[in-house]
Design a protein around this ligand. Structure first.
Ligand code: SAM
Length: 240
């Protein structure tokens, strides 16, 4: 691959846009290490760590870094989550392309490695709410969010730093903000409206199916939960 021709997916490009200029970054679950290679090649990061837990992706990350002659600037490390970094070694952490609960789990189990000064740039494929809940619990302020569509899939990007964790939730109820994203709800882009309108229709269908099923305490509990989520989504989609 010719170095200056390295192209990233729109999804990873959006993650890269939030890296503070010249950062030392860690990309956790880096797979092929495209993101740290791109960031270093384009002077978005001055150095990087690519962390991988699995042998195959770890090897492909190493090969990619060597192929681009970036071994002096990108350290490829094998390990679980944040265990591959030393405390204070980086000032930006990216975790992309996984479910929100796995990203929240990686942050929770590795929180001893965080100084609180790192910018966290997190890109869940699904269930971003688990990350927003974790960030709030740990005193991180959401400072920006993005939503994008690529190849028919919808992705969210959450950016957080330690700070006023309530600031992002001033104009929206916490339960709605955590579910759909306080910044995304405000911006209400076409992608956002499409994603949550589809989800609303899906939830309504499930609600009807459970409603005609045999009554049980379990089903009633599910109906209550679905009804709460349906109300939240209606409120979010209807507000101006
Ligand atoms: N970040 C890349 C992207 O967004 O295109 C790769 C995403 S890939 C679907 C997820 C990667 O995360 C896999 O290569 C997997 O091995 C790695 N992974 C999963 N859990 C991990 C953990 N606890 N620590 C480090 N890497 C992990």
């Amino acid at each position: 691959m010719i170095v200056n021709e390295m192209k990233l997916s729109k999804r990873l490009q959006t993650v890269a846009e939030h890296i503070p200029k010249g950062a030392v970054m860690a990309d956790i679950g880096s797979d092929h290490a495209y993101l740290p290679c791109y960031c270093v090649l384009n002077d978005l990061a001055s150095a990087a760590i690519a962390g991988e837990i699995t042998d195959g992706p770890f090897l492909s990350a190493k090969q990619q870094v060597e192929k681009l002659n970036l071994s002096s600037l990108i350290s490829v490390r094998k390990g679980d989550g944040l265990e591959v970094i030393q405390k204070g070694e980086v000032n930006a952490i990216t975790i992309a392309g996984m479910g929100g609960s796995l990203i929240a789990h990686i942050l929770e189990s590795g929180k001893g490695k965080l100084t609180g000064k790192e910018r966290l740039i997190l890109q869940p494929n699904i269930h971003a709410r688990h990350i927003r809940e974790w960030l709030y619990k740990e005193g991180y302020a959401l400072i920006k969010e993005d939503i994008l569509e690529e190849d028919g899939k919808c992705y969210e990007v959450l950016v957080a730093e330690t700070g006023d964790k309530d600031a992002a939730y001033k104009d929206i109820s916490f339960r709605a903000g955590v579910l759909v994203g306080p910044f995304l709800a405000k911006e209400k882009t076409d992608v956002f409206v499409k994603k949550w309108s589809q989800e609303l229709e899906h939830l309504k269908k499930i609600y009807q199916q459970i409603k005609v099923a045999a009554p049980s305490i379990e089903n009633q509990q599910k109906l209550n939960e679905l009804s709460e989520r349906i109300e939240i989504l209606k409120e979010v989609l209807e507000r101006g």
